[in-house]
Design a protein around this ligand. Structure first.
Ligand code: HEM
Length: 396
């Protein structure tokens, strides 16, 4: 099966918009929400639009176990108690303290290339950098990252996802078994680490979690597994995407690249523009808990509602000339990190990693040219990210 490409996704979203910013999609058996105000309204009302879509997933013990601490798929009040436990570790001030370590890791990874003039930006930098940073925060061996990558690949490689695939049939029986096998391996691996941290709690996030209480009770091993697994996966795949997408976007827009080189202070806004146009998670799913109204249309209780961040980010009512890559766009109220109570906890960290990595890259190399023909992307219905991004570089 040939997976859809990036242009396929954006063409589909544009065509879909002709049916209205909100409409029911018979083929996918869900509500498609495309407009910026409408997506914000859905994400901003967690009581009407629940994140608990457990019943969309096939029942399987390894998948169920992971869900127990996976607070991104929980509703209040449990969501809020669990989120509070880790939010302190990711405030902008705490995250700013990680800058020296992020700079060192970036420099070491590029030093390892020993002056190579061609390398793979994903394999050699965009993947290892965020995974090392989040593994160190969690107190998990960063050296095990080939295993984490295998898990992420197994979970996010879904060539079948696309406009004809009902969300309720995201996984066929064979895929469920394959995903469950990976989840089992991941659960066992994380359980071992949770137990080690219970024996000797270190001064890291997992150490804090084994001692923390939510609603007056300590977390179970199973809850911590879901918690740590969520942070481990969410903490790197999307940042890998952002770094790869930034290098690819600047390669496509040489004028913007020249401006950023001349004035690196433009980098943060340029990265925001990459985040807007190449939204790593293109869509978020919710379920209506009661009869509701979105964009003036009645949505019955129990329906699946898909909020398309990638479409909201291109809404001409909010973004002037929405398809233009404008590194000076300000304000840039993109919804790439979500909205409301589930707003991404790792946004400050992701932004910092992307900025530092880009600064180091631009300082080291006078030229960075992407081999577009040899680049490989994931199915964008699942994630907008390169998985291979070969580059040729000229040292500064
Ligand atoms: C939540 C995107 C980086 C941890 C989210 C959500 C989005 C998102 C869209 C909301 C999900 C929903 O409402 O259902 C991104 C993007 C990133 C990124 C685009 C990078 C560019 C990170 C990093 C971490 C992280 C580095 C870890 C440190 C989380 C967690 C949640 C979350 C724990 C759940 C928050 C909650 O449910 O309250 N992220 N993320 N993310 N993200 Fe990120």
């Amino acid at each position: 099966m040939t997976a859809p490409t990036l242009p396929d996704l954006f063409t589909w979203l544009e065509q879909s918009r002709r049916d209205g910013e909100v409409h029911y999609d018979e083929r996918q058996r869900c509500w498609t929400v495309l407009g910026h105000p409408e997506v914000s309204a859905v994400l901003g009302d967690p009581h009407t639009f629940s994140s608990d879509l457990g019943d969309l997933q096939p029942r399987q013990e390894d998948l169920d176990l992971f869900q127990r601490g996976n607070f991104v798929q929980m509703d209040p009040p449990r969501h809020d108690s669990l989120r509070r436990l880790v939010s302190r570790a990711f405030t902008p001030r705490v995250v700013a303290g990680l800058a020296p370590r992020i700079t060192t890791v970036t420099s070491e990874l590029l030093d390892e290339l020993a002056g190579a003039e061609r390398f793979d930006l994903v394999d050699d930098l965009a993947y290892p950098l965020p995974v090392i940073v989040i593994a160190e925060l969690l107190g998990i061996p960063a050296a095990d990252r080939p295993v984490f990558r295998r898990w992420a690949d197994a979970l996010f490689e879904r060539p079948e996802a696309g406009p004809d695939q009902p969300l309720t049939r995201m996984l066929d029986d064979r895929s469920v078994q394959a995903v469950a096998a990976v989840m089992r391996e991941m659960n066992e691996y994380l359980l071992e680490h949770v137990r080690a941290h219970r024996a000797t709690p270190g001064d890291d996030l997992t150490g804090n979690l084994v001692q923390a209480k939510a609603d007056g009770e300590r977390l179970s091993d199973e809850e911590i597994i879901g918690f740590v697994g969520l942070l481990l996966l969410a903490g790197h795949i999307t940042t890998t995407a952002t770094l790869g997408n930034t290098v690819a976007s600047l390669d496509e827009h040489p004028d913007a690249a020249a401006e950023v080189r001349a004035d690196p202070a433009l980098l943060p806004d340029a990265i925001e523009e990459v985040l807007r146009l190449r939204t790593p998670f293109p869509r978020l799913a919710r379920r209506s808990t009661t009869d509701a109204v979105i964009g003036g249309l009645p949505v019955p209780a129990g329906d699946v509602v898909v909020a398309w961040l990638a479409a909201a980010n291109r809404d001409g009512r909010v973004f002037a000339d929405p398809l233009r890559f404008d590194i000076r766009r300000n304000p840039n109220p993109h919804l790439t990190f979500g909205h409301g109570i589930h707003f991404c906890i790792g946004a400050p960290l992701a932004r910092l990693e992307a900025r530092i990595a880009m600064e180091v890259l631009l300082r080291r190399y006078r030229e960075i040219a992407v081999d577009t023909a040899a680049s490989v992307y994931r199915n964008p219905w699942v994630m907008l990210t390169p998985t291979k991004l070969p580059v040729s570089v000229v040292p500064a």
